[in-house]
Design a protein around this ligand. Structure first.
Ligand code: PLP
Length: 390
């Protein structure tokens, strides 16, 4: 299987896997049981992982909280900020192309009385920063905009957004799930107040994530989503998932070794071959800054569902994994002013450090063959070629 679905999840790195094993076998104690030596060893492993993570992100380890992943972090931030800041206001600003974890949670908050502004994007997937400024009002308690889009890879200017929010004294939360390991990332020089990551997107284990809450500049208050014991400063109760935390620490410490240029070159080579060797196809968001590994490609009049059924041995996606069971067209491509037809005929290819040139060549060859055969049998394609259809 050639795996080009790395925005959905990634293969666990062998070194990450090895680092987790002792904590699944002999060092299985509860990290909160610090009365005995085994518990203290587990606790030390958790705190070492926290230090690795803080060092990589260039923040203080007290600003790092462990959650089960970005969905939980997003719920915690949106619901927790809404609960704690109600005396200030009930207005949240987000964007139409956010991940469903943000959009669905916003819809839930609307039912509780929140006012949500969903900023539109242009054809290139970008938001208008003037529009953002105009929408911030005295009731605004939070701006939540993702760093990189999971379907298209399009990057938002989060440093600029963070500065706007700071100047207007509004909290800024960024879902950075798709950025870590694909983009240069330094929280020390940024004004982002809160952001989140999931380990399985950067060759770590599933079911573990990081929530960063800046502590230095201002006292940010978030109500706990999961209450229980005293873990994570009472912000997130529940027994520590020690093997997963250790694996995430290892995965993050391996990130500086990733050759981002190599992934970018391979992605560009892939797009170049597709554009030149298959007629009538186009990269969605080609004119925008994008993370290095993602290509979202529109193959005119070729339904992605049909293409993916025929393209055996290649794992790709027609959108986000979380919504790929949906029959609806991608909300991201629709927000970019593409019609349903284009949204249904687009495929996401996402590479990783394990992707090789041979993989790419094989994928291009399969796509060429399958797209030709689908189009040869398609009355819609014949009508398009004879000028009867757009
Ligand atoms: N946000 C983005 C941009 C994502 O791509 C994902 C995962 O697909 C999530 C949030 C949710 O992450 P998780 O499924 O690890 O909770």
């Amino acid at each position: 299987m050639i795996y080009l679905d790395n925005n959905a999840t990634t293969r666990i790195d062998d070194l990450v896997f090895d680092s987790m094993l002792p904590f699944l076998k002999e060092d299985y104690a509860n990290a909160s049981s610090t009365q005995h030596k085994m518990g203290r060893r587990a606790n030390q492993a958790v705190e070492e992982a926290r230090l690795h993570i803080a060092a990589t992100l260039q923040v203080n380890s007290k600003e790092i909280f462990f959650t089960s992943g970005s969905t939980e972090s997003i719920n915690m931030v949106l619901r927790g900020v809404y609960e704690r800041y109600q005396s200030i206001g009930n207005h949240i600003i987000t964007c139409q192309t956010e991940h469903k974890a943000v959009l669905t949670t916003c819809a839930e908050l609307e039912k509780k009385g929140a006012k949500i502004t969903y900023l539109p994007v242009d054809k290139n997937g970008g938001i208008d920063l003037e529009e953002l400024k105009k929408n911030i009002n005295p009731e605004t308690i939070l701006v939540t905009i993702m760093s990189a889009n999971n379907e298209t890879g399009i990057v938002h200017p989060i440093q600029d957004i963070a500065e706007i929010c700071k100047s207007r004294n509004v909290l800024f939360f960024s879902d950075c799930t798709q950025s870590l390991g694909k983009q240069f990332f330094n929280l020390e020089t940024s004004e982002i107040d809160i952001c989140c990551f999931s380990a399985h997107k950067f060759h770590g284990p599933k079911g573990i994530g990081i929530l960063f809450i800046r502590r230095k500049s201002r006292p940010i208050q978030i109500a706990a989503l999961i209450t229980g014991g005293n873990q994570e400063n009472q912000l997130r109760g529940g027994t520590y998932n020690v093997p997963a935390i250790v694996g995430m620490g290892k995965a993050i410490s391996l990130l500086p070794q990733t050759d981002l240029n190599a992934i970018a070159n391979l992605r560009d080579y892939f797009e170049d071959r597709i554009i030149h060797e298959i007629e009538d196809c186009e990269v969605n968001g080609a004119h925008s800054p994008r993370i290095v590994n993602t290509s979202n490609i529109h193959f005119k009049h070729v339904r992605s569902s049909e293409l993916m059924t025929r393209t055996i041995g290649i794992a790709v996606s027609s959108g986000s994994a979380c919504v790929s069971g949906d029959r609806d067209p991608s909300h991201v491509l629709r927000a970019m002013h593409y019609n349903d037809e284009r949204a249904f005929c687009s495929v996401r290819f996402s590479l990783s450090k394990y992707t090789t040139k041979t993989n790419i060549d094989q994928v291009v060859e399969q796509l060429k063959t399958n797209i030709k055969s689908i189009r040869d049998q398609s009355p819609v394609w014949q009508m398009y070629k004879s000028g009867l259809l757009e």
